[in-house]
Design a protein around this ligand. Structure first.
Ligand SMILES: *[C@@H]1O[C@H](CO)[C@@H](O)[C@H](O)[C@H]1NC(C)=O
Length: 246
């Protein structure tokens, strides 16, 4: 993933945003013993609203999320180099927050999400090998994941800017798994239908291996997107505003 891709996409909002206040639909929580419970409840309320995007806090439209370009590099036994251009990611608005845990002392946030279906549609090109078969092509891709479990963790630091304290995400880790992965690549092998149909069958028969291979690359892409969005919010809104004063 080129970190510049989501950055460029999100920067479009940078000049619009000047507010240093949380929008009214994001209600802060008390930093007490029930913080996690409160964050879970509020988080669940916010997801469908935030999915529509909010320029006032520089959140892009998340349903669908548009990514200029994603380059996935293989890490395992396959040699599948897959790039997606003008990728539309559908399904984020249906994400269900299962768990969130905030550790303000350690400056650490961990959360679990379940996404029923994630459909990525875009132009692709691919080059490489799948189980010894060469693969090449350029066309339209439909990559659909079902029952996606996501675990994300984020470390942040605090810094002062004009006497106010702001948070900044500095570390992230994303892990995910899916119950199913459907792959459809049109126009493989310059449009050779027989070879293309065969390769789509091979990819789908071996989706677990394909997914495992792409996982580290997808995880780091997702992590970068999350951090980019969160930091754009963090940069704008002082840390204290995320909590109700006791
Ligand atoms: C993408 O693939 C999924 C799973 O096969 C299918 O349900 C969906 O209709 C496809 N979407 C498009 C736009 O082709």
């Amino acid at each position: 993933m080129l970190p510049t891709a989501p950055a460029a996409l999100l920067l479009a909002f940078a000049s619009i945003a000047s507010a240093a206040k949380l929008p009214s639909y994001i209600k802060p929580c008390k930093a007490d013993r029930k913080l996690n419970e409160c964050a879970l409840k509020r988080g669940r309320e916010i997801i469908p609203i935030l999915s529509k995007g909010d320029p006032s806090i520089r959140v892009p439209v998340l349903e669908p999320l548009l990514l200029d370009r994603v380059d996935l590099k293989p890490q395992g036994s396959l040699e599948l180099r897959l790039s997606c251009y003008n990728c539309h990611v559908h399904g984020l608005s249906k994400a269900k927050l299962l768990d969130i845990s905030l550790d303000l002392r350690k400056r650490h946030i961990a959360l679990k999400l379940k996404i029923p279906r994630l459909m990525v549609i875009g132009k692709y090109d691919v080059l490489g090998k799948v189980l010894l078969f060469p693969i090449t092509g350029k066309g339209v891709a439909n990559l659909t994941l079902s029952d996606v479990d996501v675990e994300a963790a984020l470390g942040y630091r605090l810094h002062k800017k004009k006497k106010e304290e702001f948070a900044e995400a500095i570390k992230h880790q994303v892990k995910f798994d899916a119950a199913d992965f459907k792959i459809s690549l049109t126009n493989l092998f310059n449009g050779d239908k027989l070879l293309g149909d065969n390769m789509n069958l091979i990819l789908n028969d071996n989706w677990k291996e394909v997914l495992n291979d792409l996982k580290p690359s997808i995880s780091s892409t997702v992590g970068q997107i999350i951090v980019t969005i969160i930091n754009q919010i963090f940069e704008l809104i002082p840390y204290s505003q995320f909590f109700v004063k006791n």
